[in-house]
Design a protein around this ligand. Sequence first.
Ligand SMILES: Nc1ncnc2c1ncn2[C@@H]1O[C@H](COP(=O)(O)OP(=O)(O)OP(=O)(O)O)[C@@H](O)[C@H]1O
Ligand SMILES: [Mg+2]
Length: 383
Amino acid sequence: MVRCSRYLFLRIREIVTLEGSEKQPMVQFKGIYKRFGNVVAVEKMNLDIEEGHLVTLLGPSGCGKTTLLRMLAGLEDPTEGDIFINGVRVNDIPIHKRNLGMIFQNYALFPHKTIFDNVAFGLKYRNVSKKEMREKVASALEMVRLPGVENRMPSQLSGGQQQRIAMARAIVIEPNVLLMDEPLSALDENLREEMRREIDNLQQELGVTTIFVTHDQREALSMSHKIVVMKEGRKQQEGGPQEVYNEPVNHFVADFLGHSNFIGGQIVDVKDDTVKVKIETGENLLALNKGRFKEGDKVELVVRAQRFDVYLPEEFEHDITANFFEGRIIDRSYMGGEVSYFIQLANGREIHVISMMRTRIYKVGDDVCVQVAPSHCHLIPLQ
Ligand SMILES: Nc1ncnc2c1ncn2[C@@H]1O[C@H](COP(=O)(O)OP(=O)(O)OP(=O)(O)O)[C@@H](O)[C@H]1O
Ligand SMILES: [Mg+2]
């Protein structure tokens, strides 16, 4: 029933949208600042979140992720700026009237209440009959794949199961927005992976707009419609997972997501399809021309560790010698399905290369050739 009505609601919205009216973001932060004394926790935050999307706030500890969620939830007032939910300014609307589901790191189940009472908690203040309450709780437990546990106590469930109960409690009220603050950080690696998939499925099934906080890049990349990368209270970049990973706008984003090599240089030639960059060590490297830089610009080349191809000199048969280096393996470590190498190049630089194990494995001391395609050389401004 819950699923059906939500589906119909989404379809109607979709049809209305197709007929031309501007689609209203479900959540909008406009010019948000939050200061605690001298600490600026969130600065100049403008962010739109589309209905039905799962958006991840990603960034290092202390960058303001929790503070942003708490302001949306009504647990904290912004120092400046406006917050809208479904087009309605909510700055002055109290927490219980914002209709948000919240899940936090430590589940926060009531230990002395049954699972039924835990899940039904949010319904108690909502004028719901006993019968309806039982139905809604049963349906929420079914959605998190734990039907029939109403009479158990939280201590009788595993960590992963307790986290699912926390999810059931959050979705039972059919929230406008689901807020999840590092919900998986208390779980071990295998369970995290499983729960990540479950949250993903549940979110898609319900179509509920979700804001998910993490500082785990894999979590962010695997689940999100959009990733918002934050640093020291400021948004650095927002975009789809592939966009943020492949087209980072600055050093911080490139460094935070993935293993990157940074090579400083200056643009010396601009052609239609490529730009030539003279790098610190004197060589010229080619990168694709995406129209962002002109001759003379100082840049950093970002090359993901996975993007270098490594060969033994006698194996290297390519005619194209662009973006080619000679070097020697100085360190090697196995990482399950891949091997991580540090390679000292003949020009004195050290690079990090991650190679899938489908090719041969090199030893420390092997002389090698390294090449990277211009399409894998991403340019960012030198900061
Ligand atoms: N109530 C408060 N009083 C004073 N400073 C605060 C308060 N809450 C947060 N801060 C500060 O605001 C900044 C942002 O904190 P926040 O908890 O939002 O970071 P976070 O990105 O969630 O970090 P983490 O990944 O560690 O959870 C930090 O410098 C923090 O110390
Ligand atoms: Mg936090």
